[in-house]
Design a protein around this ligand. Structure first.
Ligand SMILES: C[S@@+](CC[C@H](N)C(=O)[O-])C[C@H]1O[C@@H](n2cnc3c(N)ncnc32)[C@H](O)[C@@H]1O
Length: 247
């Protein structure tokens, strides 16, 4: 291990960072939102725009975000989705979950900072914990699940920049042997929460489209299909649209 002093990420020094025009509070060790994730949000918004029946009937889609971190994805989606009237049962459009207390607290602070707290439910939840998902059932069924999960292959963790390894939570980054640990848990749980034809949008790394496609083919009981893959601004396949197709 190098003894060189590690530079504190500028986002943590400033204490705030911009994500799609929203100024979010940043606090170590909560994951700093990356520019690629703005493209994931854009794709979800495009999908919502193509489902006007959902927007008109319900005032907006019901979305679950797994692994909310600072709240970047959830709050950005909420800030752009149509406002709904404060009818009690429709007052929330996004359920944001994370297993880390620091992330839950920061999402809460950012929701307040952006005055979006009335439209988001922020719930401590570990997607790998068997049985805990039953707590989420009363909120469903969801139109969409979105996640930028920890997806780095475990053996690639040591290649990360020193300031990332020193300051950002490894729980936010390390996806296990093939970066699939949290991805497969999300896919396994998804059919419990999604409406018929509901969608899952995931940020992944370039080896994952094939790995996820193979994994879904070996789990036909989940009735999930990889229907589209999108490239990031560097041309790498980084975003997946998985759709529920059956009962
Ligand atoms: C890559 S970060 C993404 C944070 C934020 N969504 C973003 O894009 O900036 C992944 C997040 O997943 C959370 N996470 C990791 N394992 C989890 C689990 N088993 N259940 C729920 N959340 C988890 C981490 O705490 C972290 O906040």
């Amino acid at each position: 291990m190098s003894s060189e002093p590690k530079q504190v990420p500028v986002q943590y020094i400033l204490g705030e960072w911009d994500f799609r025009g929203l100024s979010l509070k940043m606090l170590p060790p909560v994951f700093i939102p990356r520019p690629e994730t703005e493209e994931l949000v854009e794709w979800v918004l495009e999908e919502v725009a193509q489902r006007p029946n959902v927007v008109e009937a319900q005032g907006g889609p019901l979305i679950l975000e797994v692994g909310c971190g600072s709240g970047a994805i959830s709050l950005s989606l909420l800030s752009q989705l149509p406002q709904i009237l404060a009818r009690e049962e429709k007052a929330s459009q996004v359920i944001a979950v994370d297993k880390e207390e620091a992330a839950i607290n920061l999402t809460y602070e950012n929701a307040q900072r952006l005055r979006l707290q009335d439209r988001i439910q922020i719930i401590p939840f570990d997607v790998t914990s068997v049985g805990s998902w039953t707590h989420l059932l009363p909120w469903g069924p969801m139109d969409l699940i979105v996640s930028n999960p920890p997806y780095i292959f475990h053996h690639d963790m040591e290649q990360l920049a020193p300031e990332i390894r020193s300051y950002e939570d490894p729980v936010a980054l390390d996806g296990g042997e093939e970066g699939m640990d949290i991805i497969t848990h999300i896919l396994t749980l998804a059919p419990q929460f999604l409406k018929d034809s509901g969608s899952i949008f995931l940020e992944v790394e370039p080896r994952h489209p094939e790995l996820v496609s193979n994994w879904l083919q070996s789990h036909p009981d989940l009735c999930l299909n990889l229907v589209a893959v999108r490239r990031d601004f560097c041309g790498r396949p980084r975003f997946l649209h998985v759709q529920r197709s059956g009962p």
